[in-house]
Design a protein. Structure first.
Length: 232
Protein backbone atom coordinates (compact mmCIF):
# COMPACT_ATOMS: atom_id res chain seq x y z
CA UNK A 1 0.00 0.00 0.00
CA UNK A 2 1.32 3.41 -1.01
CA UNK A 3 0.48 6.10 1.55
CA UNK A 4 0.05 9.78 0.76
CA UNK A 5 0.42 12.94 2.85
CA UNK A 6 -3.06 14.00 3.90
CA UNK A 7 -4.73 16.82 5.74
CA UNK A 8 -8.09 16.01 7.35
CA UNK A 9 -10.38 18.87 8.33
CA UNK A 10 -14.01 19.14 9.51
CA UNK A 11 -16.67 19.29 6.81
CA UNK A 12 -18.28 22.73 6.77
CA UNK A 13 -22.07 22.71 7.11
CA UNK A 14 -23.29 25.88 5.37
CA UNK A 15 -26.42 27.89 6.04
CA UNK A 16 -27.48 27.44 2.41
CA UNK A 17 -26.06 25.61 -0.60
CA UNK A 18 -25.31 28.88 -2.38
CA UNK A 19 -23.37 30.32 0.57
CA UNK A 20 -19.70 31.17 0.14
CA UNK A 21 -18.66 28.22 2.32
CA UNK A 22 -20.96 25.63 0.70
CA UNK A 23 -18.54 24.14 -1.83
CA UNK A 24 -17.43 21.30 0.47
CA UNK A 25 -20.98 20.25 1.28
CA UNK A 26 -22.00 20.31 -2.38
CA UNK A 27 -18.96 18.14 -3.10
CA UNK A 28 -20.11 15.78 -0.34
CA UNK A 29 -23.41 15.28 -2.16
CA UNK A 30 -21.62 14.61 -5.44
CA UNK A 31 -19.17 12.24 -3.78
CA UNK A 32 -22.00 10.33 -2.13
CA UNK A 33 -23.62 9.72 -5.52
CA UNK A 34 -20.28 8.73 -7.07
CA UNK A 35 -19.65 6.15 -4.33
CA UNK A 36 -23.09 4.60 -4.80
CA UNK A 37 -22.56 4.51 -8.57
CA UNK A 38 -19.12 2.91 -8.34
CA UNK A 39 -20.14 0.43 -5.65
CA UNK A 40 -23.50 -0.80 -6.94
CA UNK A 41 -24.36 1.21 -10.06
CA UNK A 42 -27.12 3.19 -8.32
CA UNK A 43 -26.15 6.87 -7.97
CA UNK A 44 -29.76 7.70 -7.09
CA UNK A 45 -29.42 5.63 -3.93
CA UNK A 46 -27.65 8.61 -2.36
CA UNK A 47 -29.59 11.70 -1.31
CA UNK A 48 -28.21 14.91 -2.79
CA UNK A 49 -26.78 17.85 -0.88
CA UNK A 50 -30.10 19.71 -0.86
CA UNK A 51 -31.84 16.74 0.74
CA UNK A 52 -29.13 16.19 3.35
CA UNK A 53 -28.50 19.77 4.45
CA UNK A 54 -31.62 20.22 6.65
CA UNK A 55 -30.80 17.07 8.64
CA UNK A 56 -27.22 18.21 9.14
CA UNK A 57 -28.38 21.60 10.37
CA UNK A 58 -30.87 20.08 12.85
CA UNK A 59 -28.90 18.42 15.65
CA UNK A 60 -31.80 17.77 18.03
CA UNK A 61 -31.99 14.03 17.35
CA UNK A 62 -28.75 13.26 15.51
CA UNK A 63 -25.44 15.08 15.29
CA UNK A 64 -23.96 14.64 11.81
CA UNK A 65 -20.25 15.33 11.47
CA UNK A 66 -18.01 15.03 8.44
CA UNK A 67 -14.28 15.12 7.81
CA UNK A 68 -12.58 15.92 4.51
CA UNK A 69 -9.29 14.37 3.41
CA UNK A 70 -7.12 16.36 1.03
CA UNK A 71 -3.90 15.66 -0.79
CA UNK A 72 -2.67 19.17 -1.38
CA UNK A 73 -5.75 21.09 -2.53
CA UNK A 74 -7.50 18.02 -3.94
CA UNK A 75 -10.32 16.32 -2.01
CA UNK A 76 -9.55 12.59 -2.06
CA UNK A 77 -12.20 11.28 0.33
CA UNK A 78 -14.52 11.99 3.22
CA UNK A 79 -15.91 10.25 6.27
CA UNK A 80 -19.14 11.00 8.11
CA UNK A 81 -20.03 10.12 11.69
CA UNK A 82 -23.59 10.19 13.02
CA UNK A 83 -24.26 10.46 16.75
CA UNK A 84 -27.71 9.82 18.19
CA UNK A 85 -28.42 12.52 20.80
CA UNK A 86 -30.71 10.53 23.09
CA UNK A 87 -29.61 10.03 26.68
CA UNK A 88 -27.43 6.97 27.11
CA UNK A 89 -26.60 6.52 23.44
CA UNK A 90 -23.19 4.89 23.03
CA UNK A 91 -23.05 4.19 19.30
CA UNK A 92 -21.65 6.04 16.31
CA UNK A 93 -22.48 5.32 12.67
CA UNK A 94 -19.53 5.72 10.31
CA UNK A 95 -19.56 6.03 6.51
CA UNK A 96 -16.23 6.14 4.65
CA UNK A 97 -16.56 7.80 1.23
CA UNK A 98 -13.62 6.90 -0.98
CA UNK A 99 -13.63 6.97 -4.81
CA UNK A 100 -11.98 4.06 -6.57
CA UNK A 101 -9.29 6.37 -7.92
CA UNK A 102 -7.84 6.76 -4.41
CA UNK A 103 -8.14 3.20 -3.10
CA UNK A 104 -5.05 1.52 -1.69
CA UNK A 105 -3.20 4.71 -0.79
CA UNK A 106 -3.97 4.79 2.90
CA UNK A 107 -6.73 7.39 2.59
CA UNK A 108 -9.44 5.02 3.84
CA UNK A 109 -7.36 3.95 6.84
CA UNK A 110 -6.65 7.57 7.79
CA UNK A 111 -10.31 8.57 7.49
CA UNK A 112 -11.54 5.63 9.57
CA UNK A 113 -8.91 6.27 12.24
CA UNK A 114 -9.97 9.93 12.38
CA UNK A 115 -13.63 8.95 12.80
CA UNK A 116 -12.76 6.42 15.50
CA UNK A 117 -10.77 9.03 17.42
CA UNK A 118 -13.67 11.48 17.28
CA UNK A 119 -16.13 8.82 18.46
CA UNK A 120 -13.85 7.80 21.31
CA UNK A 121 -13.46 11.42 22.41
CA UNK A 122 -17.26 11.67 22.58
CA UNK A 123 -17.55 8.57 24.74
CA UNK A 124 -18.99 6.27 22.09
CA UNK A 125 -17.93 2.65 22.53
CA UNK A 126 -19.76 0.96 19.64
CA UNK A 127 -19.02 1.93 16.03
CA UNK A 128 -21.13 0.78 13.10
CA UNK A 129 -19.48 0.91 9.68
CA UNK A 130 -21.58 0.66 6.52
CA UNK A 131 -20.43 -0.76 3.18
CA UNK A 132 -22.19 -1.26 -0.17
CA UNK A 133 -21.96 -4.52 -2.12
CA UNK A 134 -23.29 -5.83 -5.40
CA UNK A 135 -25.53 -8.93 -5.22
CA UNK A 136 -23.11 -11.20 -7.04
CA UNK A 137 -20.68 -14.03 -6.40
CA UNK A 138 -16.94 -13.51 -6.02
CA UNK A 139 -13.90 -15.51 -4.98
CA UNK A 140 -14.28 -14.32 -1.39
CA UNK A 141 -17.77 -14.10 0.05
CA UNK A 142 -18.57 -12.71 3.50
CA UNK A 143 -21.19 -14.22 5.80
CA UNK A 144 -22.52 -12.14 8.74
CA UNK A 145 -22.82 -13.35 12.30
CA UNK A 146 -26.58 -13.64 11.85
CA UNK A 147 -25.97 -16.34 9.25
CA UNK A 148 -28.45 -14.73 6.88
CA UNK A 149 -27.27 -13.57 3.47
CA UNK A 150 -23.77 -13.08 2.19
CA UNK A 151 -21.96 -10.47 0.10
CA UNK A 152 -18.76 -10.28 -1.95
CA UNK A 153 -15.81 -8.64 -0.24
CA UNK A 154 -14.72 -5.20 -1.43
CA UNK A 155 -12.05 -2.65 -0.45
CA UNK A 156 -14.17 -1.11 2.33
CA UNK A 157 -15.10 -4.46 3.84
CA UNK A 158 -11.38 -5.32 3.72
CA UNK A 159 -10.71 -2.07 5.60
CA UNK A 160 -13.28 -2.99 8.24
CA UNK A 161 -11.85 -6.49 8.61
CA UNK A 162 -8.26 -5.40 9.08
CA UNK A 163 -9.43 -2.69 11.49
CA UNK A 164 -11.02 -5.25 13.80
CA UNK A 165 -14.70 -4.88 12.90
CA UNK A 166 -17.07 -7.86 12.98
CA UNK A 167 -19.54 -8.40 10.13
CA UNK A 168 -22.91 -8.35 11.89
CA UNK A 169 -25.67 -8.31 9.27
CA UNK A 170 -26.70 -7.82 5.65
CA UNK A 171 -29.35 -5.27 4.73
CA UNK A 172 -30.90 -5.47 1.28
CA UNK A 173 -31.89 -2.68 -1.08
CA UNK A 174 -34.31 -3.27 -3.93
CA UNK A 175 -35.00 -1.40 -7.14
CA UNK A 176 -37.78 -1.46 -9.68
CA UNK A 177 -36.99 -3.10 -13.00
CA UNK A 178 -37.39 -0.42 -15.64
CA UNK A 179 -38.65 -1.22 -19.14
CA UNK A 180 -35.98 -1.70 -21.78
CA UNK A 181 -37.16 1.50 -23.43
CA UNK A 182 -37.31 3.97 -20.55
CA UNK A 183 -37.34 7.07 -22.72
CA UNK A 184 -40.86 8.03 -21.60
CA UNK A 185 -39.85 7.89 -17.94
CA UNK A 186 -36.66 9.85 -18.57
CA UNK A 187 -38.56 12.47 -20.57
CA UNK A 188 -41.10 12.87 -17.76
CA UNK A 189 -38.27 13.21 -15.24
CA UNK A 190 -36.46 15.80 -17.37
CA UNK A 191 -39.68 17.79 -17.81
CA UNK A 192 -40.31 17.75 -14.04
CA UNK A 193 -36.77 18.90 -13.27
CA UNK A 194 -37.00 21.63 -15.89
CA UNK A 195 -40.21 22.84 -14.26
CA UNK A 196 -38.39 23.33 -10.98
CA UNK A 197 -39.21 20.09 -9.20
CA UNK A 198 -36.46 18.09 -7.48
CA UNK A 199 -35.82 14.41 -6.86
CA UNK A 200 -36.74 13.22 -3.37
CA UNK A 201 -35.67 9.83 -2.05
CA UNK A 202 -38.19 8.30 0.35
CA UNK A 203 -37.45 5.40 2.69
CA UNK A 204 -40.65 3.49 3.40
CA UNK A 205 -39.24 2.46 6.78
CA UNK A 206 -39.86 6.05 7.91
CA UNK A 207 -43.61 5.61 7.46
CA UNK A 208 -43.63 2.35 9.42
CA UNK A 209 -41.60 4.00 12.17
CA UNK A 210 -43.98 6.96 12.46
CA UNK A 211 -47.05 4.72 12.38
CA UNK A 212 -45.55 2.43 15.02
CA UNK A 213 -44.56 5.25 17.37
CA UNK A 214 -48.01 6.81 17.02
CA UNK A 215 -49.53 3.43 17.90
CA UNK A 216 -47.47 3.30 21.08
CA UNK A 217 -44.73 0.91 19.93
CA UNK A 218 -41.30 1.78 21.36
CA UNK A 219 -38.56 0.91 18.89
CA UNK A 220 -35.30 -0.59 20.26
CA UNK A 221 -33.03 2.44 20.14
CA UNK A 222 -29.53 2.20 21.56
CA UNK A 223 -30.52 3.75 24.89
CA UNK A 224 -33.59 1.53 25.27
CA UNK A 225 -31.60 -1.62 24.51
CA UNK A 226 -28.90 -0.90 27.07
CA UNK A 227 -31.42 0.19 29.68
CA UNK A 228 -33.08 -3.23 29.45
CA UNK A 229 -32.21 -6.23 31.59
CA UNK A 230 -31.43 -8.39 28.56
CA UNK A 231 -28.79 -7.48 26.00
CA UNK A 232 -28.47 -9.21 22.60
Amino acid sequence: MTTVALTITPLTVPATLDADDAAEFRHYGELNALICDEAVGLPGLAPDAAQMLPAWQDTADTLHLGFVAREGDEIVGMVTVDYAQEDGANTASVDVLLPRAYEGRGVEDALLAHAEADASARGRSILQLWTLHRPEESERMLTPRTGWGRVPSNPLSDLAERSGYAFEQVERNSEFTMPEDDSAVRTALADALAAGHRIVNVNDALFYYVLGENAGYRYPTAARIWAADWHP
